[in-house]
Every structure is written in C-alpha cells, then in structure tokens.
Design a protein around this ligand. Structure first.
Ligand code: GLY
Ligand code: MN
Ligand code: MN
Length: 428
C-alpha cells in the first residue's frame, strides 16, 4: 500500500461500533471487491471494498471478514480470511499479507487462510441465528455487474435457506456517515494534497494549454504525494463546464474562457472533492466575476447553513432560494419566473440543476441516510454552481466541511477561492 501505516484503532473502533449495533446471535460477513476484467486478459486495478476497509484496513483481493460477537468459541468472534501467500504468487503478483502483517494493519488477532473458511463458516452458520449480508444500497448506484458480496449472498442463501437474513448496509451506513477523528485526519490529508494540486494548476494555466495538460499537473502532484485521483477529474474550459459530467478533458483552453476543475485526491482510500473555476488568462471579466461571486456567496451561506439537525432537503431549498435572488441580480431570472415556480421546481434549477452536496468519505458520494438530519462529524461537500451555456461558461465551487455541534468546519478554508487571490496567484 502506498499510504503511511494507519493506527489500527481506526478499524478496531469501526468494528466495535458495528458489533454494538448487531442483535444477539448475529453473524456478519464482508467480502473484498472483485478484480474487474477489461478486455482480453486485462484487468483494472483493485478498488478496495469501502466497507471491508472501514472495518479492517485491508485492501487485498479475496479477503473476507467474519464477525460473530456471540460465537461460542472466543477465537471465532472476529476472523479475517486471506489468500495464502505462495512462491508462485510472489513471482507473478508480488507480496501478499502475512498473518502478522494483517493483524498489525487491522488489529484482528485471528487471521486465517481462505482454505479454512468453509469449515469455520459452517460452524458459525449452524451456531448463530441472524445473518447480516452486505450489499450496495447507495440510492444512485447502477449495479449491473454482480459483486463478490452479491455472489456470496446468493450462494449463502442457497446453502442455508432457513436462516434469517438481514441487510448489513442498514447498519453500516449510519456508522460510516459519522466520521471518527482518525478518519477526519485522513480526509484532511486528501484535502491538503488536493490543495497542492490546485496551487500547481494556478501557476500552470495560460491560454493555449489543453485540459489534459492541466490534468497531468494534478496527477503529478497527487502521485508524488502517495495519492491518486478520487474520481475522473472534470477539467472543463468554456462551455464544457456546462456539461455536468464532462470528462473528455481534451480541449484547448482559450483566452477569455473560464476553466472549471472538479478534482479530488484520494489518500489512504479517503476522498477529497474540490471544485474551483479559474480564468484561463489570469483575469476574470466583469461578468464572470459577478457570476463567480454569486456562486461564492451561496457556497459560503450554505456552509454556514449546514448545521446539526438540518435535513438535506431543507438545506437544498435554502440554497435554491438564495440562488433565485442571485440569478435575479445577474439578470438571468425575472421576478415573474420566480413567482411562476414552486418550491419543488424552483426557478433557479434552470441554471443550478444539481444537488447542493453529498456525504464524503471512503466513497466520493459516500453512504449514509440522507433522509436523516445532519449530525456531528458528518463530512459533506457544498457545491453550488451557475451554468450559462448561452454565455459560454459555467461556475461551480465546492468545499468539503465537517458538521459539528459548534457549527461547520470548512476543511478547504486554505484552498484559494477569492477572485483577488486567484488572480494574484495566476499572475505571479
Ligand atoms: N466530483 C463529483 C461531485 O462533485 O460530486
Ligand atoms: Mn466534485
Ligand atoms: Mn461533490
């Protein structure tokens, strides 16, 4: 693994919290992700399973975690199963975790090879009553390919059809959405690396460069700091910024254009998610500045408005009401446009058509019940935007925050965002 070692207390703490939410006589199972195929004999790099990482810190393929807090044998209460290292694996794939290493990473004392899994699993299935299987329950997930967890769930229910099965995601999501202090430290590292990448881009961007060259600057900064892209970055000049999921990143940045950068570093599997919009030639036009400052005001007010107890739905509505006023002042909406629409279809949607933010963590659009009110230690993005294709530009700004009882903490307060600061850094 590329990141510095993590104190296993992070993972021990996650397991303790999960065990507390399991009813008596429960058995929970979490699988690694599959290594996904591409074409011919190719494969994608392994994307560690976020739930398995959250509970163990383990990023190795084929690993399985079993939790059975009431198991008769104390040694069966918490077991990690791993691929057994071999001379052949060492030659072809390199190092695989030893049992001691896995214990050091995860804090789990019982580490076994996968060959022992069937026997121990059968004992625990016969002994326990409630079985908790993992599944992807993100509301916006497109699950066309069966995951390892899904395959496991199917096979387990075939072999043991009389057990009572439950959805582990229902227990994991409310835990994962509340970040521990150690998780927030890792998120801060991702935010810092993202900021370094953005500062590098500020020095680099000028008319004539291509969007992919700006992407390469970010990649350089992220990779040398032990991170990777959290998601395919959006590097969108001019009207490309109005395509919300643009990621061709193949156009030339022209004089007078704005350049929207939606990019985050992922360090130790924790993701940052930043958006900044900068002038290609180093100076905003008067109109660009007016739109930019409108978005900035909405972002700042929405950060302040992310308070404990607020519903995501109400937070969005407040931002849409602010945006209506800003769009009115910019001459993009008329009073009659605002009156004509209702709260569910606000006039602002014509120029600000996406959500205001999302939970952030081991996943960029992190898991958590977004129907629940904001609670302390939720980490959220705040990302208003105004997109005006008829004027050839769009502006989005996005910061990452922590909700606390004393009000929100802006994790990106050091990442340049004021017009003057951005112009100054670009023209130095
Ligand atoms: N970059 C994805 C998002 O901002 O949600
Ligand atoms: Mn983003
Ligand atoms: Mn985002």
């Amino acid at each position: 693994m590329r990141h510095a070692p993590i104190d296993p207390k992070l993972f021990t703490g996650s397991r303790e919290r999960l065990k507390k939410s399991l009813p008596p006589k429960s058995l929970a199972i979490v699988n690694a992700n599959d290594v996904l195929p591409t074409n011919a004999d190719g494969s994608l790099p392994l994307q560690p399973n976020s739930d398995l990482f959250y509970l163990t810190g383990i990023e190795q393929e084929e690993s399985i975690l079993l939790l059975a807090p009431d198991a008769h044998e104390p040694k069966h209460r918490e077991i990690l199963f791993l691929r057994e290292p071999s001379a052949r694996l060492k030659i072809w794939e390199g190092h695989k975790h030893s049992k001691d290493e896995a214990t050091q990473i995860s804090g789990i004392k019982q580490v076994k090879w996968l060959s022992e899994f069937p026997v121990i699993f059968r004992i625990l299935m016969c002994e326990q009553e409630q079985v908790w299987l993992n599944s992807n329950e993100h509301t916006r997930a497109h699950v066309e390919v069966e995951t390892r967890d899904a395959r496991f769930a199917r096979e387990c229910q075939r072999q043991f059809p009389l057990h009572t099965y439950h959805r582990l995601a229902r227990l994991l999501h409310p835990l994962r959405v509340v970040k521990s202090a150690a998780e927030i430290e890792l998120l801060k590292e991702s935010v810092l690396i993202t900021e370094k990448g953005f500062r590098r881009v500020l020095k680099f961007v000028k008319p004539g460069i291509t969007e992919y060259e700006a992407e390469a600057e970010l990649a350089h900064e992220f990779l040398r700091r032990r991170a990777r892209f959290a998601y395919n970055p959006i590097i969108a000049s001019g009207k490309n910024a109005c395509v919300l999921h643009y990621n061709q990143n193949d156009q030339v940045c022209k004089t007078g254009d704005l350049l929207l950068l939606d990019v985050g570093a992922c360090y130790a599997n924790y993701n940052a998610d930043l958006t900044r919009t900068i002038p290609v030639s180093g100076r905003f036009t008067r109109r660009q500045k007016a739109v930019y400052n409108a978005v900035l005001r909405v972002m700042r007010a929405s950060i302040a408005g992310a308070t404990v107890g607020k519903l995501s739905r109400d937070w969005l509505k407040e931002s849409q009401a602010m945006m209506n006023e800003e769009l009115l002042a910019l001459g993009l909406l008329k009073k009659s446009d605002i009156k004509k629409r209702n709260e569910d279809e606000p006039a602002s949607r014509k120029y600000f058509m996406h959500g205001l933010g999302h939970p952030l963590g081991l996943d960029v659009h992190d898991v958590g019940f977004t129907t629940e009110p904001f609670a302390p230690s939720w980490v959220l993005t705040v990302e208003p935007g105004i997109y005006i294709p008829e004027e050839g530009f769009g502006v989005r700004l996005e910061n990452d925050i922590v909700v606390t009882a004393d009000g929100p903490i802006d994790l990106m307060e050091n990442t340049p965002v004021e017009v003057d600061e951005i112009e100054d850094l670009m023209n130095r």
